[in-house]
Structure formats: C-alpha cells, structure tokens
Design a protein around this ligand. Sequence first.
Ligand SMILES: [Zn+2]
Length: 454
Amino acid sequence: MKKLLPIYILIFVLISIEIKAQDSKIKSWDYNINIEFKDTTLYINLHLKAFKTENWTKNFFLFNRYIKIDKALLNNKPLNYIRSNDTLYFEHSNSDKINFFISYKIPCSLYESSKIIKIFGDSIFAYPALLDSNQVFCERYSKFYPVIYDNFTNYKVKITIPKTYEIYVEHKANEKILSKNNIISTYIFFDEDFRFFITKANIFQSEKIVQNKETYCKFYFLPKDKRLLSIKNNTPKYITDLNQIDSLYNVIANRSALAVKWYQTNLWYKNIDTLPFIETGIFGLAVNMRAFIIFDRSLMNMEAIDNYALSHEIGHFWIGYNVKYLSKGFYFLSESINEYINLLFYESWAGNQAYENAIKDKINLRFSNKPFFTVSFEQVLNQKNGDLNFELIYNKGVVFAYKFCKLIGKEKFLKIIRETYQKTDNYITLTDFENSIKKNGCLKEYLQLYEMKL
Ligand SMILES: [Zn+2]
C-alpha cells in the first residue's frame, strides 16, 4: 500500500566518518554514502572509489539478498553481477581504479512491516522496520550496505531526514549524542559498522533520571499507554495503570544505576556523566550505541530485566568495543565475556544460588533437540559474522567463561579481564587475552577449556 507523500522540509545532517587505515601503507578507500529517509523508505546511493591493490583480491560484496538493486555501475558502465544468498559476485574491471556505484531502497513502513519481517526472516534481524513509534534502526551488520571485509576505509555518510525526525548515530563516548535540525557533525569511527537510529521527534513522553554518584541515568520513555509487565508461561501480562507503569520504570532505572555502580567498582572507573536510555518500538532491538543505549519497549519488562538484558547493554560500555573486528574469537571476547560479567553482576544482587541456576539453565540447553555438550571451545571461538549462532555466543561461550573463572578464581578472572580490555590505544584480539592469561599464570587452566565438552 502506498501512502500519499506529505511535503517535508528536509534537513541535512552531515556525518563524516573517518576510519583510519590500520596499516598506513594500505591506501584507504573513499566511501560516499547518501541516505535519504522519505515516506517510510530509506533511499541509498553508495559510491566507492578505490585503487586496486593486492589488498583487494575478492570479487564479491556481502549484501542483503532481499534488497532490490535499482542501479549498479562499475567505472560508469553497468555492473555485471550474480547474487547468491547474501553474496554479490561481480566482474572485475581491468582498470586499476575502481569506481563503484549502487543505488537501492529499503522500505520501512508500518504497513509493510509484516512483509519486511518475513523477507528478512532468514537474515538475522527484522530491521529496519517502522512500527507504531515511527523509528528506524539500520546497520551494516545486517548487510544493508555492501560489506567488504578486507579494508578499512574513509566514510562520508550524509543522511537526510524529514524535519519531524531526529537521528542518533553511534560514535565514541563523550561526544554529542543527538544530531538535531541543521547541525552538522563529524564523527570518527573505528570499525566497519555504521549504525544509525532515526526516530520521530518529540515522541518521548516521560523522562526519568536516577543519579548514581556522578552518573546520571536518563530514560526517555515512549507514551505510557500500555506496558508489558512480564511473560509467565508464554503469556504476556500487560498493565495500563499509570502507578504500576511508574513502578516498573523505577525498577528499570534503579537496576540500571546499580549495574553502572557494579561495573565501575569491579571493572574499572569510566567517566560517564550521563547515560541515556532511549525506548524504541522496534521489536527485539537492544543496542549499546557507545554514548547511549536504545532499547525495545517489549524488552523493558520484569522478566527481561531479571534476565539481565539491560545490564548486558550497560556492560558493553566496559567490554566489547575494542575487540578487533572479524578476528578469531570476536564474539567470544565481545559478547560471551560481556554476558558472563553481566552474570557476575546478577550474582551480586540476586545471590549465588540464582547465579548458579542461571548457569545451569545455560548448560542444560538443548540445541535442535540434542544436548549441547558436544560443543567445543574452538567452535565458540570460530563464530563468524554472517554465520552467527546465538546459542553458541550467549550460552555456550558464557559457560566456557564461567568454567574458566571457576578454575582460576573470580579475583584472577577479573584481573585478566581488566588487563585485556582496559587498553584504549588499540584493538584487542584473542592473543591479548591469552597473553594476559599467561602473565597471570593461568595458561594450564585456559588450555583445559579446549578439552572440555560442555
Ligand atoms: Zn551484546
């Protein structure tokens, strides 16, 4: 169904993202991405200029299979390509210069959302989809942009949104978080992902602030009409009473403030003045955007809070940013370890028995009706982008971290974590983690993980 187009006065937000080439000998590539959000659709024009070097040996991009390409050019001639699943193979040109252009749209309408969820059904996420709250989340991770895995590049991204919308872009902490009307901002990015969140302006009806020492946790909530309180026996329980909704807000805010305090004390001190949480209507979405957290309202219920969903995202302020993209162990280091540390926070307020039970639940998980014990540590480490198995990352990987912690003791475990992740000057890899393990005399215990069948 096509809606009539209201005439929007467009505003321009210019976001320049520079990714420093990790090796200065590699000539970085220039990306120019123009994104226009109009009439519930993202219109994307992507321009890539590169010089062919030994670094570009591949003749394919990863690109979401469900996106229809309107136009694709290589050196101003139509690009010959073949698509297979999420891979787009193209014919190399003989020229040393590569001038690549692709234009396509991503529909995000409320009316088409069921279609979107269906067509992205075997991709990882159902994003971007506009639901009742008029919001869009887009990321490279789901291959909404052509992904080239072997170079770091200069990105210039220009996003145009209607005046009635606001845009939030992932960037380093302590920078301005919100690009409002007519503000031109430059951000620096250190990995290949480029995420942004567009929301209708002025839809957040209540704000809640909790202070914990010097950190202000600020919550931007959507209208209070109805809230999911819990899901018991697969039955959702909704509440509409304003007092009940308020007390749910209180639990969310206080638990989050407690998590910040715990991470500050047990990992290392980080200067966080304000920690904004932005509620969204996009199903299943929970992302730490480096200076703020966006959170799906359906996850803001007691069960999700008790299952440490919010504190997982908070944990990412300490764990997981600086893991080298696409390196071996990436998901173990960025997600499993973060989730395990989150379980240690859980233990601090729910008690040791609750913590052990949570671990037991993970150990006893069944995978495709089979027990999960055949999974090896190596399998967890080898989880790759595009081939994600969430059970391996968020359950088995966590149990391996738990076993390691049990073998060496919590003090040593946290010391190794601090030594590994606290670096700010470089990306960490599995080798950094292992070096820290060796330094602390825990190699023997670490190697036992490779032998374990959990
Ligand atoms: Zn995570």
